[in-house]
Design a protein around this ligand. Structure first.
Ligand code: HEC
Length: 138
């Protein structure tokens, strides 16, 4: 029994990095489909139109800041005068899982070190914003 458990733990350890790499790949694909048109593939943004995400304050700060930006869009999160001519739309129709993968991708790339976000984190912010039920099934 003991040997089996050890073997089991060994297999799980061996599989964990593969699962992590797959999540990172999905996060990148989701970022490229939903965000890169504005923030660019390399996170460099476009001057005057939308900010770069390299060393982004929100991507490095509290997880609520970046989740709310994605869920609610820029007009809701930063109302009033903006330095940018574009407006970031809300992505509340994406699932908690997809938003978590995108937020994690942004927070662990482009020189950011904010760390990963979970679907439960996104769900909590969605509830707080009264947006339960807005995610579209895939
Ligand atoms: C239509 C263009 C557009 C799209 C698409 C878009 N954004 Fe944005 N984003 C903006 C603009 C404009 C701002 C700046 C808003 C402001 O400060 O007034 C912004 C701001 C941000 C910020 C805050 C940057 C900071 O100051 O730290 C983050 C993070 C962000 N976007 C992530 C994303 C992610 C992730 C996606 C995809 C799910 C996305 N954006 C899609 C235009 C866009």
């Amino acid at each position: 029994m003991k040997g089996n458990k050890l073997l089991c733990a060994g297999v799980m350890l061996a599989l964990a990095p593969a699962a992590f790499a797959e999540e990172a790949e999905t996060g990148r694909a989701l970022y490229e489909a939903n965000c890169a048109s504005c923030h660019q593939f390399d996170g460099g943004g476009v001057p005057m139109m939308q900010p770069e995400l390299i060393l982004s304050p929100r991507a490095n700060g509290d997880i609520g800041g970046v989740i709310d930006m994605i869920l609610l869009g820029s007009a809701a999160v930063e109302p009033g005068m903006s330095d940018y001519s574009n407006e970031m739309p809300p992505f509340d129709y994406l699932t908690d899982e997809d938003i978590a993968l995108i937020a994690s991708y942004v927070r662990t790339n482009f020189e950011n070190a904010g760390g990963a976000v979970t679907a439960a984190d996104v769900h909590e912010r969605r509830k707080r914003a009264g947006l339960e039920g807005t995610a579209q099934p895939e």
